[in-house]
Design a protein around this ligand. Sequence first.
Ligand code: GLC
Length: 547
Amino acid sequence: MRITDTSDLWWKNAVVYCLDVATFMDWNDDGVGDFEGLAHRLDYLSEIGVTCLWLMPFFASPERDDGYDVADYYDVDGRLGHLGDLLEIIRTAKDRGMRVIADLVVSHTSDRHPWFVQSRSSRDNPFRDFYVWRDEPPAGSPANVFPGEEDGVWQHDERTGQYYLHHFYKEQPDLNMANPKVRDEVAKIVGFWMQMGLSGFRVDAVPYLVDPSSAGAHSFLRSLRSYVSRRSGEAMLLGEVNLPYDRQLEYFGGPEGNELTMQFDFLVMQRLYLALAREDARPLADALLERPALAPENQWATFVRNHDELTLDRLTDDERAEVFAAFAPDESMRAYGRGIVRRLPTMLEGDEQRIRMVYSLLFSLPGTPVLFYGEEIGMGENPAAPGRLKVRSPMQWSTSRHGGFSNADRLVGPVVEGRFGPEHVNVSQQRHDPGSMLQFVRRLVERYRNSAEIGWGELTLLDHEHPSVLAHALEDPEGRMIALHNFSREPRELSLAIDRADASTRFVDLLAGGEHRLDERGRLSIRLEGHGFRWLRVLGPDAKRLS
Ligand code: GLC
């Protein structure tokens, strides 16, 4: 790997941090987080070692779906500040070595968007075809994404007597991407925000954005990718595509890799939870082996939690029931029959060793890790909030009023209370505590950034006799590391055969310090505590990579 590749394809080993400006830091004390608050926290994010901020929707919106219902793509939500404030964030973040990407939510708009207001006004309005209208709901229509909250995907509109398509809430009419005028508008939106300094987009709900059955779907993504690459060499498209791997590969543009640059790995995430529930690493190992090979510039985005329900829709019914039983025993902890509305630390009942094992995995699995705000300090969710908002509670900065998030009487959402509330879990205390979760995550980020093989290397799973342990090696032309993770609460003794190693090979423990050598049988013998983990850098006598 040459230095030019590493910096050009910056997303191959980035550290992405997702946050919602509205719940991060409220500087003007009106109860809603704002750009100014975020500006004051950019140094905190750069201290963690974040290299890419993903801002959840900050556009003007009636907030039916927490901003994922956009009423104006060219303006920001006035509660957060104004466009100039956002520009300052983008500029300052770059100064601190962090790129900024944002949600591109164009599979649908808000029903308040002027296009839809026009579209629904009459059948011959020039904007009518910006959306999808039918006289009758077609037979065999798919289910709505929000079962229990919406009955279907077609909504009757009184004025013109037709039905419009909405895969999400009825206040989120689907745009008609088959219409070239809509595609042009999307290109303008993308161009505008790139000019404003964004380095890419998290492309929302991709399979709903383009009809996957139409031949045009992939040509649209191809043209979008080449358009953003023409506008900027650093442009990156990170797609939300929760589909089986063979379908995901299509959305990468197949072996040519000329559609989405990155995609979230939903399968690895779901199998990770199954592995945790079973204390058996094999479901995760199998998912890693099933991953299709990608073109060199493409990448998987790995994650443990995001802002949505932890979806388990790719597991079988029995597997999902196992994960529910282990981590969401109460119906109120679940959503849409498919997911969990909790954060990791509560699911793992605050078991610090086990939580750390999971984050160690996140940063050592091949791919680019994505953190959701608050994960770095072990925040929990607020069970009192409705639905998915449970995991979107205000960031916990200190033991001050409302966790230091705001001094307003009424907040955008309730702060977590109890064991995972700000009295016990907050940034300020953890910054001063060398043994804290925050310092642990900082160390992981630092080691990850020093280990290019995690983002770039070839994966090998190492053979051994313990199903509860994932032993994986990553190697690029300049270095090799081995990561060991014990899913069991019981200790495990491993004996591993290591390719191309001899008595001179050192195995430097990147997290705990110290080093190992092969034993007299020529094997690497390592003990892992219950839920223990290790990262070992494999160094020959001529090694150059830092340990
Ligand atoms: C994506 C977002 C989710 C949103 C939906 C509709 O799945 O992650 O939060 O509700 O798209 O925009």
